[in-house]
Design a protein around this ligand. Structure first.
Ligand SMILES: NC(=O)c1ccc[n+]([C@@H]2O[C@H](COP(=O)([O-])OP(=O)(O)OC[C@H]3O[C@@H](n4cnc5c(N)ncnc54)[C@H](OP(=O)(O)O)[C@@H]3O)[C@@H](O)[C@H]2O)c1
Length: 303
């Protein structure tokens, strides 16, 4: 019988893509969602309501693996105190609920795999290359990722192999980061943000799915793994390459820091700063990225 992978937040960008990959690789897929959804031939949906601590326990009881992707969008809205709490709670509360069901039923999973983000290394602009050994930063993104990972570690305390995937900006055709950038760039209004020197650690969605698949299939994979390409992509490089794809050179002036701070508030740190992050650890586990060149990755997303 096919092994079951339960995805929390499986209806989102990464989850939708990953669902196809898992099914192609012979897994059965279930999705935990806040909405009522109809089962398909390939996907079973279960419901949860985090505000009321409700979860359909069958989702957990039928799962061999859980991949935790659920969470409020980090750069969707201004970071008010309320929004920051929602970003954090939407990542940690699901883990607490899953933990309580696993504990109640003495249920062991083959692995629990949680999304995390390279934001754990903080909103910084530096040439330092972050590895899994680099200490978490104490800004909002750093502490959020740390608390999110600590919550996942609680599942590990049940004796379950636990993996945290510290993900860079995910490039995909019609979703995520590029979905936000494409319209203005397509119209010829692409611009460089801030001084443009901030690094942009990125990964193509197909490679990210390979990382998740590896985390499921390889029992040696345990702990924290960066999932991002280490190259010299900065905001300038990305903006120029993207404009080039649409047949023009950037002509607008750079958007100054203070304008972004006015528009985005504290969240501007997420676009004005970036990290250089190494994925050597996952590569040493015999995983090679198909896309480690920005132009090739972008052409896959744009053509
Ligand atoms: N995309 C990226 O570039 C990127 C980079 C680094 C890390 N990550 C992390 O990877 C994970 C998945 O990313 P994604 O891009 O696939 O996100 P996404 O498209 O926004 O999907 C996230 C899913 O989480 C669920 N969700 C949203 N708000 C929630 C809440 N308040 N409580 C519980 N569930 C909620 C939703 O599913 P339902 O509506 O069905 O409940 C949604 O489909 C996230 O944790 C994200 O931070 C993403």
């Amino acid at each position: 019988m096919a092994k079951n992978v339960l995805l929390t937040g499986g209806s989102g960008f990464i989850g939708t893509y990953l669902t196809h990959v898992l099914i192609e690789n012979g897994f059965s897929v279930s999705v935990l969602s806040r909405s009522d959804r109809n089962n398909t031939d390939f996907i079973t949906y279960y419901k949860w309501d985090l505000d009321h601590n409700y979860i359909d326990e069958n989702a957990i009881l039928n799962a061999n693996f859980i991949i935790h992707l659920a969470g409020e969008g980090i750069v969707e809205k201004r970071w008010t105190e309320k929004r920051k709490k929602a970003i954090l709670d939407s990542r940690t509360k699901p883990i607490e609920l899953i933990y309580s069901v696993l504990q109640k039923h003495n249920k062991l999973l083959k692995a629990f795999i949680s999304a995390s983000a390279v934001g754990i290394y903080g909103a910084v602009t530096s040439d330092e290359i972050c590895t899994e050994e680099t200490l978490p930063a104490n800004d909002f993104l750093g502490t959020t990722c740390q608390i999110w990972e600590d919550a996942a570690a609680k599942i590990e305390s049940l004796g379950i192999r636990t993996v945290k995937v510290r993900t860079g900006i995910v490039l995909g055709r019609n979703e995520g980061f590029l979905k936000k950038l494409k319209p203005s760039f397509k119209l010829g209004f692409g611009a460089i943000l801030g001084n443009g020197n901030q690094y942009l650690p990125w990964i193509h969605i197909e490679d990210l799915c390979t990382v998740y698949l590896k985390a499921i299939q390889d029992e040696q994979i345990n702990g924290n793994y960066n999932a991002t390409v280490l190259d010299n992509t900065t905001n300038i490089v990305l903006s120029k390459t993207l404009a080039n794809f649409y047949g023009y050179s950037i002509w607008l002036p750079k958007v100054p820091d203070f304008v972004l701070k006015l528009i985005l508030g504290e969240m501007s740190v997420a676009v004005l700063n970036g990290q250089r992050v190494s994925s050597e650890k996952i590569k040493k586990a015999s995983l090679n990225f198909q896309f480690d060149d920005l132009e090739t990755a972008l052409s896959r997303c744009i053509s």
